[in-house]
Design a protein around this ligand. Structure first.
Ligand code: ATP
Length: 239
């Protein structure tokens, strides 16, 4: 049964100044679906996340959230619309406590609402909940990455986008971070995951898109038996 579509991107183009990076990108993510976005370095994965989250303007195409056209909304408006973006290499504030880092992520919320959402986010990460009064500097690299994801969760996103959450983490920590995505999806959140670790991304996601040179060249369910071979073929074919 196909999930109800949360976000639909159609014929999206964007880039930096006169440099076009994305060329007619179309994809859709259902409510409660985890979608992996894979592709070689420089393919435009980060650019796509930045365009969806309103950090970069699109030069063409549409972005619909629940059928509503949100293209042209700035980053703040996208957060309010329910789109959270955990950027690659995001660094938490090491001189601030875990709680203060989470308070900052929910700066735009009324105080009581913010407190409730911080508790909700911490439920996903017991080990950082236990360190809530400690400074960010007291967390391990993996725990800092968990805090970065928790900051996204404070926004109670309908779409959570993560850019290489595994960067710099040991395999066990990667699993712990990726594990949370399945739980979020079960609760109805849509997830878009950019990841260099193909096998782990495929094990986490329901569906996968491959992007090469700013174009979607492949889309499939991750349950297809020869999915890795298909992906490799798509990468090579797109070069
Ligand atoms: P990676 O896995 O290396 O992060 P990616 O798929 O996320 O790659 P992008 O970071 O989106 O790719 O980069 C796509 C293209 O846009 C690349 O050619 C890159 O050099 C270019 N690019 C990225 N950021 C900028 C920028 N700020 N100004 C100009 N060009 C940029």
């Amino acid at each position: 049964s196909a999930a109800e579509t949360l976000i639909e991107v159609k014929d999206l183009a964007s880039g930096y100044g006169k440099i076009g990076v994305l060329h007619g990108v179309s994809l859709a993510i259902g409510k409660g679906e985890v979608v992996a976005l894979l592709g070689p370095n420089g393919a435009g994965k980060t650019t796509l996340l930045r365009t969806i989250s309103g950090l970069l303007p699109a030069s063409d195409g549409t972005i619909r959230l629940d059928g509503r056209d949100v293209r042209g909304s700035d980053a703040r408006a996208m957060v309010r619309a329910g789109v959270a973006h955990v950027i690659e290499g995001h660094r938490v504030f090491t001189q601030l406590s875990v709680t203060d880092n989470l308070l900052l992520a929910g700066y735009y919320l009324p105080r009581a609402e913010r407190a409730a959402r911080i508790e909700e986010a911490l439920e996903y990460f017991p080990e950082i909940a236990a360190k809530r009064h400690e400074k960010g500097a007291a967390l391990s690299g993996g725990q800092q990455q968990m805090l970065a994801v928790a900051q996204g969760l404070v926004q109670r996103p309908r779409l959570l986008m993560l850019d290489e959450p595994s960067a710099g983490l040991s395999p066990i920590l990667v699993d712990r971070v990726l594990n949370v995505l399945g739980r979020l999806a079960s609760a109805g959140t849509a997830v878009l995951l950019v990841e260099q670790l193909i096998e782990k991304a495929l094990a986490t996601a329901n569906r996968v898109y491959a992007l090469t040179q700013g174009r979607i060249v492949f889309e499939a369910s991750t349950s297809e038996p020869d999915i890795v071979a298909q992906l490799e073929h798509a990468y090579l074919g797109g070069k």
